[in-house]
Design a binder for this molecule. Structure first.
Ligand SMILES: *Cc1c(COP(=O)(O)O)cnc(C)c1O
Length: 376
Protein backbone atom coordinates (compact mmCIF):
# COMPACT_ATOMS: atom_id res chain seq x y z
CA UNK A 1 0.00 0.00 0.00
CA UNK A 2 1.28 3.39 -1.03
CA UNK A 3 1.45 5.96 1.74
CA UNK A 4 0.23 9.49 1.19
CA UNK A 5 2.20 11.97 3.28
CA UNK A 6 0.78 15.31 4.35
CA UNK A 7 3.32 17.27 2.29
CA UNK A 8 5.92 16.61 -0.39
CA UNK A 9 8.07 19.39 -1.85
CA UNK A 10 7.61 19.92 -5.59
CA UNK A 11 10.53 20.73 -7.90
CA UNK A 12 9.98 22.41 -11.25
CA UNK A 13 13.17 20.87 -12.69
CA UNK A 14 15.08 24.12 -13.15
CA UNK A 15 16.25 24.52 -9.55
CA UNK A 16 19.62 22.80 -9.89
CA UNK A 17 20.30 24.46 -13.29
CA UNK A 18 19.89 27.90 -11.74
CA UNK A 19 21.91 26.93 -8.68
CA UNK A 20 24.70 25.80 -11.02
CA UNK A 21 24.44 29.11 -12.85
CA UNK A 22 24.79 30.98 -9.58
CA UNK A 23 27.74 28.83 -8.54
CA UNK A 24 29.44 29.17 -11.95
CA UNK A 25 29.05 32.94 -11.85
CA UNK A 26 31.17 32.91 -8.68
CA UNK A 27 28.72 35.27 -7.01
CA UNK A 28 27.04 33.18 -4.38
CA UNK A 29 26.62 35.56 -1.44
CA UNK A 30 23.39 37.56 -1.25
CA UNK A 31 21.81 40.40 -3.25
CA UNK A 32 22.98 39.17 -6.66
CA UNK A 33 21.23 38.52 -9.98
CA UNK A 34 18.76 35.88 -8.75
CA UNK A 35 17.88 37.83 -5.61
CA UNK A 36 17.05 40.86 -7.76
CA UNK A 37 14.95 38.76 -10.15
CA UNK A 38 12.89 37.36 -7.27
CA UNK A 39 12.42 40.77 -5.67
CA UNK A 40 11.43 42.30 -9.01
CA UNK A 41 8.86 39.54 -9.46
CA UNK A 42 7.10 40.55 -6.24
CA UNK A 43 7.31 44.26 -7.00
CA UNK A 44 5.92 44.02 -10.52
CA UNK A 45 3.32 41.28 -10.00
CA UNK A 46 1.91 42.26 -6.63
CA UNK A 47 2.33 46.04 -6.54
CA UNK A 48 4.76 45.93 -3.63
CA UNK A 49 6.91 49.09 -3.41
CA UNK A 50 10.08 47.35 -2.28
CA UNK A 51 10.70 43.63 -1.79
CA UNK A 52 13.68 42.24 0.12
CA UNK A 53 14.45 38.54 0.10
CA UNK A 54 15.13 37.11 3.56
CA UNK A 55 16.23 33.74 4.89
CA UNK A 56 12.73 33.12 6.28
CA UNK A 57 9.36 34.70 6.91
CA UNK A 58 10.42 34.73 10.56
CA UNK A 59 13.33 37.01 9.60
CA UNK A 60 11.06 39.26 7.56
CA UNK A 61 8.77 39.65 10.58
CA UNK A 62 11.78 40.42 12.78
CA UNK A 63 12.89 43.09 10.32
CA UNK A 64 9.40 44.60 10.35
CA UNK A 65 9.45 44.73 14.16
CA UNK A 66 12.76 46.61 14.08
CA UNK A 67 11.51 48.96 11.35
CA UNK A 68 8.39 50.05 13.25
CA UNK A 69 10.68 50.60 16.21
CA UNK A 70 8.93 48.34 18.72
CA UNK A 71 9.91 49.31 22.26
CA UNK A 72 9.62 47.52 25.60
CA UNK A 73 5.95 47.46 26.61
CA UNK A 74 4.47 48.29 23.21
CA UNK A 75 1.37 46.24 22.50
CA UNK A 76 0.96 44.24 19.31
CA UNK A 77 -2.42 42.76 18.37
CA UNK A 78 -2.51 39.44 16.49
CA UNK A 79 -4.56 36.24 16.36
CA UNK A 80 -3.66 33.57 18.91
CA UNK A 81 -4.24 30.94 16.25
CA UNK A 82 -0.99 31.44 14.34
CA UNK A 83 2.59 30.24 14.02
CA UNK A 84 5.00 31.18 16.84
CA UNK A 85 7.10 33.46 14.63
CA UNK A 86 4.24 35.94 14.25
CA UNK A 87 4.54 36.60 17.98
CA UNK A 88 8.22 35.90 18.58
CA UNK A 89 9.41 38.60 16.18
CA UNK A 90 7.79 41.22 18.42
CA UNK A 91 8.50 39.51 21.75
CA UNK A 92 12.20 39.67 20.85
CA UNK A 93 11.92 43.47 20.88
CA UNK A 94 10.15 43.57 24.26
CA UNK A 95 6.58 43.86 23.02
CA UNK A 96 3.54 42.62 24.88
CA UNK A 97 1.38 40.45 22.65
CA UNK A 98 -2.35 41.07 22.76
CA UNK A 99 -4.00 37.96 21.38
CA UNK A 100 -7.28 38.32 19.53
CA UNK A 101 -9.80 35.57 18.87
CA UNK A 102 -10.39 33.92 15.50
CA UNK A 103 -13.55 34.49 13.50
CA UNK A 104 -16.37 32.01 13.97
CA UNK A 105 -16.33 31.11 10.27
CA UNK A 106 -12.57 31.22 9.73
CA UNK A 107 -9.36 30.82 11.79
CA UNK A 108 -8.19 34.33 10.79
CA UNK A 109 -8.31 37.26 13.25
CA UNK A 110 -11.82 38.43 14.20
CA UNK A 111 -11.65 41.93 12.72
CA UNK A 112 -14.66 43.06 14.76
CA UNK A 113 -12.93 42.30 18.07
CA UNK A 114 -9.72 44.22 17.35
CA UNK A 115 -10.96 47.66 18.39
CA UNK A 116 -11.82 46.54 21.94
CA UNK A 117 -8.15 45.49 22.37
CA UNK A 118 -6.61 48.80 21.30
CA UNK A 119 -5.02 50.91 24.08
CA UNK A 120 -2.64 53.89 24.21
CA UNK A 121 0.23 51.41 24.03
CA UNK A 122 -0.92 49.63 20.88
CA UNK A 123 1.62 49.94 18.10
CA UNK A 124 0.59 47.48 15.40
CA UNK A 125 -1.94 44.95 14.18
CA UNK A 126 -0.68 41.74 12.58
CA UNK A 127 -3.37 40.03 10.52
CA UNK A 128 -2.46 36.48 9.50
CA UNK A 129 -3.99 35.38 6.19
CA UNK A 130 -4.66 31.84 7.38
CA UNK A 131 -4.74 29.22 4.60
CA UNK A 132 -3.90 32.14 2.33
CA UNK A 133 -7.42 33.52 2.81
CA UNK A 134 -7.52 37.30 3.19
CA UNK A 135 -8.33 38.94 6.48
CA UNK A 136 -10.79 41.80 6.01
CA UNK A 137 -8.10 44.37 5.19
CA UNK A 138 -10.51 47.26 4.70
CA UNK A 139 -11.68 47.01 8.32
CA UNK A 140 -8.13 46.57 9.58
CA UNK A 141 -6.66 49.48 7.60
CA UNK A 142 -9.50 51.75 8.76
CA UNK A 143 -8.76 50.92 12.39
CA UNK A 144 -5.05 51.49 11.81
CA UNK A 145 -5.75 54.92 10.32
CA UNK A 146 -8.14 55.84 13.15
CA UNK A 147 -5.68 54.93 15.93
CA UNK A 148 -2.43 55.63 14.06
CA UNK A 149 -1.20 52.03 14.10
CA UNK A 150 1.00 50.03 11.77
CA UNK A 151 -0.31 46.97 9.94
CA UNK A 152 2.08 44.14 9.12
CA UNK A 153 0.49 41.32 7.16
CA UNK A 154 1.68 37.82 7.96
CA UNK A 155 1.32 36.72 4.35
CA UNK A 156 3.40 33.56 4.85
CA UNK A 157 0.68 31.44 3.22
CA UNK A 158 -0.88 34.10 1.01
CA UNK A 159 1.17 34.31 -2.19
CA UNK A 160 -0.96 35.04 -5.30
CA UNK A 161 -4.10 35.91 -3.38
CA UNK A 162 -5.99 39.18 -3.56
CA UNK A 163 -8.39 41.19 -1.42
CA UNK A 164 -11.26 43.18 -2.90
CA UNK A 165 -12.07 46.41 -1.06
CA UNK A 166 -15.73 47.45 -0.65
CA UNK A 167 -15.20 50.06 -3.41
CA UNK A 168 -14.19 47.29 -5.83
CA UNK A 169 -10.45 47.96 -5.73
CA UNK A 170 -8.45 44.70 -5.90
CA UNK A 171 -5.04 44.41 -4.25
CA UNK A 172 -2.60 41.56 -3.80
CA UNK A 173 -2.22 40.30 -0.25
CA UNK A 174 1.09 41.59 1.04
CA UNK A 175 0.65 44.92 -0.76
CA UNK A 176 -1.93 46.42 1.60
CA UNK A 177 -0.35 46.74 5.07
CA UNK A 178 2.61 49.05 5.78
CA UNK A 179 4.68 45.89 5.45
CA UNK A 180 4.13 42.18 4.91
CA UNK A 181 6.09 38.94 5.29
CA UNK A 182 6.02 35.96 2.90
CA UNK A 183 7.43 32.46 3.44
CA UNK A 184 9.06 29.99 1.03
CA UNK A 185 9.40 27.22 3.60
CA UNK A 186 9.03 23.83 1.95
CA UNK A 187 5.44 23.53 3.20
CA UNK A 188 4.26 26.61 1.30
CA UNK A 189 3.03 26.96 -2.32
CA UNK A 190 6.32 28.37 -3.62
CA UNK A 191 9.42 27.08 -1.88
CA UNK A 192 13.16 27.43 -1.44
CA UNK A 193 13.62 25.06 1.51
CA UNK A 194 13.86 27.91 3.97
CA UNK A 195 13.23 31.42 2.70
CA UNK A 196 11.09 34.51 2.99
CA UNK A 197 10.50 38.03 1.79
CA UNK A 198 9.79 41.37 3.40
CA UNK A 199 7.33 43.47 1.39
CA UNK A 200 7.48 47.19 2.08
CA UNK A 201 4.53 49.30 0.97
CA UNK A 202 5.20 52.44 3.04
CA UNK A 203 8.16 54.21 1.46
CA UNK A 204 9.39 55.67 4.73
CA UNK A 205 10.80 52.23 5.63
CA UNK A 206 12.69 51.39 2.45
CA UNK A 207 16.05 53.04 3.09
CA UNK A 208 16.39 51.76 6.64
CA UNK A 209 15.17 48.29 5.65
CA UNK A 210 18.08 47.87 3.26
CA UNK A 211 20.49 48.85 6.03
CA UNK A 212 19.01 46.46 8.60
CA UNK A 213 19.02 43.73 5.93
CA UNK A 214 22.76 44.25 5.30
CA UNK A 215 23.94 43.90 8.94
CA UNK A 216 23.40 47.57 9.81
CA UNK A 217 25.58 48.86 7.00
CA UNK A 218 24.80 51.02 3.98
CA UNK A 219 26.36 48.43 1.68
CA UNK A 220 23.38 48.35 -0.72
CA UNK A 221 23.67 52.10 -1.39
CA UNK A 222 27.43 51.64 -1.85
CA UNK A 223 26.95 48.98 -4.52
CA UNK A 224 24.52 51.26 -6.35
CA UNK A 225 27.28 53.89 -6.37
CA UNK A 226 25.32 56.32 -4.19
CA UNK A 227 28.10 56.68 -1.60
CA UNK A 228 31.89 56.14 -1.83
CA UNK A 229 32.37 53.94 1.21
CA UNK A 230 30.10 51.93 3.43
CA UNK A 231 30.07 51.48 7.16
CA UNK A 232 28.07 50.71 10.27
CA UNK A 233 25.13 53.11 10.40
CA UNK A 234 22.35 51.33 12.35
CA UNK A 235 21.41 48.09 14.08
CA UNK A 236 20.89 45.14 11.76
CA UNK A 237 21.60 41.50 11.13
CA UNK A 238 22.32 39.08 8.33
CA UNK A 239 18.81 38.78 6.97
CA UNK A 240 19.61 38.20 3.29
CA UNK A 241 19.85 34.71 1.80
CA UNK A 242 22.62 33.50 -0.49
CA UNK A 243 22.21 33.45 -4.26
CA UNK A 244 21.94 29.66 -4.08
CA UNK A 245 18.61 30.00 -2.30
CA UNK A 246 17.47 32.81 -4.60
CA UNK A 247 18.35 30.67 -7.65
CA UNK A 248 16.16 27.84 -6.32
CA UNK A 249 13.35 30.26 -5.62
CA UNK A 250 13.53 31.77 -9.09
CA UNK A 251 12.93 28.34 -10.66
CA UNK A 252 9.73 28.17 -8.62
CA UNK A 253 8.52 31.71 -9.27
CA UNK A 254 8.97 31.26 -13.03
CA UNK A 255 6.50 28.36 -12.82
CA UNK A 256 4.05 29.91 -10.40
CA UNK A 257 1.06 29.86 -12.79
CA UNK A 258 1.48 26.12 -13.45
CA UNK A 259 1.96 25.36 -9.76
CA UNK A 260 -1.08 27.40 -8.79
CA UNK A 261 -3.33 25.84 -11.44
CA UNK A 262 -2.44 22.37 -10.22
CA UNK A 263 -3.02 23.31 -6.59
CA UNK A 264 -6.40 24.84 -7.42
CA UNK A 265 -7.42 21.66 -9.23
CA UNK A 266 -6.52 19.64 -6.13
CA UNK A 267 -8.42 22.03 -3.88
CA UNK A 268 -11.52 22.02 -6.06
CA UNK A 269 -11.53 18.23 -6.22
CA UNK A 270 -11.55 17.99 -2.42
CA UNK A 271 -14.24 20.65 -2.11
CA UNK A 272 -16.39 18.89 -4.70
CA UNK A 273 -15.98 15.36 -3.37
CA UNK A 274 -16.55 16.34 0.26
CA UNK A 275 -19.83 18.20 -0.23
CA UNK A 276 -22.49 17.16 2.23
CA UNK A 277 -20.29 15.50 4.90
CA UNK A 278 -21.02 16.24 8.55
CA UNK A 279 -17.74 18.11 9.07
CA UNK A 280 -17.30 21.76 8.17
CA UNK A 281 -15.42 22.38 4.95
CA UNK A 282 -13.57 25.57 4.16
CA UNK A 283 -15.52 28.72 3.35
CA UNK A 284 -13.86 31.61 1.59
CA UNK A 285 -15.29 35.09 1.99
CA UNK A 286 -16.26 36.96 -1.18
CA UNK A 287 -13.52 39.55 -0.76
CA UNK A 288 -10.76 36.93 -0.94
CA UNK A 289 -9.48 34.82 -3.81
CA UNK A 290 -8.31 31.26 -3.15
CA UNK A 291 -4.61 30.40 -3.61
CA UNK A 292 -5.13 26.73 -2.65
CA UNK A 293 -2.55 26.83 0.10
CA UNK A 294 -4.26 24.12 2.13
CA UNK A 295 -7.45 22.15 2.46
CA UNK A 296 -8.78 21.80 5.97
CA UNK A 297 -11.85 20.39 7.68
CA UNK A 298 -13.26 21.45 11.03
CA UNK A 299 -14.57 18.61 13.20
CA UNK A 300 -17.35 19.11 15.72
CA UNK A 301 -15.21 18.11 18.70
CA UNK A 302 -11.69 16.90 19.57
CA UNK A 303 -12.74 13.23 19.73
CA UNK A 304 -14.12 13.35 16.24
CA UNK A 305 -10.86 14.87 15.03
CA UNK A 306 -8.85 12.14 16.70
CA UNK A 307 -11.05 9.57 15.03
CA UNK A 308 -10.66 11.19 11.60
CA UNK A 309 -6.87 11.40 11.87
CA UNK A 310 -6.79 7.76 13.01
CA UNK A 311 -9.02 6.47 10.21
CA UNK A 312 -6.79 8.16 7.63
CA UNK A 313 -3.57 7.19 9.35
CA UNK A 314 -4.65 3.52 9.38
CA UNK A 315 -4.61 3.73 5.59
CA UNK A 316 -1.21 5.44 5.48
CA UNK A 317 -2.65 8.91 4.92
CA UNK A 318 -1.05 11.86 6.71
CA UNK A 319 -3.74 14.25 7.91
CA UNK A 320 -2.56 16.68 10.58
CA UNK A 321 -3.92 19.29 12.96
CA UNK A 322 -2.37 22.73 13.09
CA UNK A 323 -1.63 25.50 15.61
CA UNK A 324 -2.18 25.31 19.33
CA UNK A 325 -3.46 28.69 20.55
CA UNK A 326 -0.39 30.74 21.42
CA UNK A 327 -2.01 32.27 24.51
CA UNK A 328 -2.12 28.73 25.95
CA UNK A 329 1.43 27.79 24.95
CA UNK A 330 3.92 26.84 27.68
CA UNK A 331 5.82 30.07 26.97
CA UNK A 332 2.87 32.43 27.13
CA UNK A 333 0.15 30.96 29.31
CA UNK A 334 1.44 32.50 32.56
CA UNK A 335 1.81 35.90 30.87
CA UNK A 336 -1.66 35.89 29.34
CA UNK A 337 -4.13 38.25 30.97
CA UNK A 338 -6.87 38.40 28.36
CA UNK A 339 -10.24 36.71 27.93
CA UNK A 340 -10.98 33.20 26.82
CA UNK A 341 -10.48 32.88 23.06
CA UNK A 342 -13.24 30.50 22.18
CA UNK A 343 -12.79 30.18 18.43
CA UNK A 344 -9.00 30.09 18.55
CA UNK A 345 -9.30 27.14 20.95
CA UNK A 346 -11.96 25.57 18.76
CA UNK A 347 -9.64 25.56 15.73
CA UNK A 348 -6.77 24.31 17.92
CA UNK A 349 -8.95 21.38 18.97
CA UNK A 350 -10.91 20.59 15.83
CA UNK A 351 -9.13 21.64 12.61
CA UNK A 352 -7.53 18.97 10.37
CA UNK A 353 -5.46 19.55 7.25
CA UNK A 354 -5.67 16.97 4.47
CA UNK A 355 -2.64 15.95 2.35
CA UNK A 356 -1.93 18.78 -0.07
CA UNK A 357 0.95 18.92 -2.51
CA UNK A 358 1.58 19.35 -6.24
CA UNK A 359 2.06 15.66 -7.00
CA UNK A 360 -0.95 14.40 -5.07
CA UNK A 361 -2.79 12.14 -7.50
CA UNK A 362 -6.50 12.04 -8.10
CA UNK A 363 -6.54 8.36 -7.05
CA UNK A 364 -5.03 9.31 -3.72
CA UNK A 365 -7.52 12.13 -3.32
CA UNK A 366 -10.38 9.85 -4.27
CA UNK A 367 -9.34 7.34 -1.63
CA UNK A 368 -9.11 10.04 1.04
CA UNK A 369 -12.52 11.43 0.14
CA UNK A 370 -14.17 8.01 0.07
CA UNK A 371 -12.83 7.24 3.54
CA UNK A 372 -14.08 10.54 4.91
CA UNK A 373 -17.47 10.24 3.24
CA UNK A 374 -17.90 6.70 4.54
CA UNK A 375 -17.29 7.81 8.13
CA UNK A 376 -18.56 11.38 8.42
C1 LIG B 1 5.17 29.32 7.70
C2 LIG B 1 4.67 30.45 8.51
C3 LIG B 1 5.55 31.33 9.17
C4 LIG B 1 7.02 31.11 9.25
O1 LIG B 1 7.66 31.06 8.03
P1 LIG B 1 9.21 30.68 7.98
O2 LIG B 1 9.58 31.04 6.56
O3 LIG B 1 9.31 29.22 8.27
O4 LIG B 1 9.93 31.51 8.96
C5 LIG B 1 5.02 32.42 9.83
N1 LIG B 1 3.69 32.64 9.86
C6 LIG B 1 2.82 31.82 9.28
C7 LIG B 1 1.36 32.12 9.34
C8 LIG B 1 3.28 30.68 8.59
O5 LIG B 1 2.40 29.87 8.00
Amino acid sequence: MKNTPFNKPHLTGKETDYIKEAVDSQKISGNGVFTKKCQQFFESNYGIKKALLTTSCTDALEMAAILINVQEGDEIIMPSYTFVSTANAFVLRGAKIIFCDSREDHPGIDEDKIETLITKKTKAIIPVHYAGVASDMHKIMELAAKYNLFVIEDAAQAIENTYTFPNGEVKALGSIGHMAAFSFHETKNIISGEGGLLAINDEQFIERAEIIWEKGTNRSAFFRGEIDKYGWVDIGSSFLPSEIIAAFLWAQLENIKIIQQKRLDIWNFYQDQLKGISLKTQSIPEYSTNNAHMFYLVCNNPDERKQLIQILSNQGIGAVFHYLSLHKSPFYTSKYEGDELKYSDHYSDCLVRLPFFYNLTQEEQQKICLLIRANF
